[in-house]
Design a protein. Sequence first.
Length: 307
Amino acid sequence: MNSTFSPSVQDYVDRLFREIDIALDAATTFDGRCPKRLEEAIRYTLLSPGKRLRPLLTLFANELCGGNRMEAMPAACAVEMIHAYSLVHDDLPAMDDDDFRRGRLTCHKKFDEATAILVGDALQSLAFEMIGRLTPPDLVGRCCAVLAEASGPCWLVGGQMDDVATEKGFGFSRTATPRELMEMIHRRKTGAMIDVSLRLGGIVAGASPENVQLLGEFGRNFGLAFQITDDLLDYLGDEELVGKRLHKDAEKKKLSYPTLLGIEESQRQAKETVDKACAALDQIPTEHRTAFEALAAHAQYLLVRRK
Ligand code: GRG
């Protein structure tokens, strides 16, 4: 992900990254059981060069809590599948109408709109198929409910609805200041999937309710800091590095941290939020130093990320 990690954390991250991609590849090799065009479009989307942040967080959290990595892999694949579906649908002309994602043509530009909608639908189903593979089987129901809630109407999809509603002037469900509205959208649209990625790692490892709660607290602050720095990248980032069109927030007059608070205050808030995330992480007892360091390093990295 970046060159500022210590060599041992970087090695660990690289190894997990490769294992995640092998698992995603295997999960989308249909051997003729799925229409060829759909298989091609699913793999184009899912295996494209993203950061794999959410599945990495699942695996770090799992190891932090003493879990077995291969047992957590279906949950890691599931969160990346939901994330990838949400990006494909977000890029559609009816939503953000984007031509580039992860440095490549968006799915509907490379294929067509109908195929892109079906890729999103298929990835969502596949995510829950992955959860169904968790062992022991009594984990399946709990993880399924947790992931469905985070990706459903009150969180991911609800956040996207509010975002679309604000942009298209449909009105918002309750009275709120622009800042409250923005934070609500970010918590739902970005925060919930990051939060659930961490909690699933803990749940699969059999972590105590207190530690799952602390992982959630780390995740919510991480998610908020991720969004603040994402907004800052839209202002200050390099399009080639980020791999998508930038300066959209200002163009579309979207609610964002820099537009509402200015750049310096947004940077200060990002730092404060990362500190809160790290304070939650510090409270989780663990013997697994590399996983701990990987989580802490990813939180600190948000403050210097360039993509
Ligand atoms: C369509 C239901 C539905 C939801 C879409 C994810 C999303 C909600 C919209 C994407 C728009 C956006 C810029 C959100 C802010 C932060 C975010 C989720 C960025 C993309 O995540 P990264 O940077 O992407 O982890 P990669 O490509 O590295 O996986």
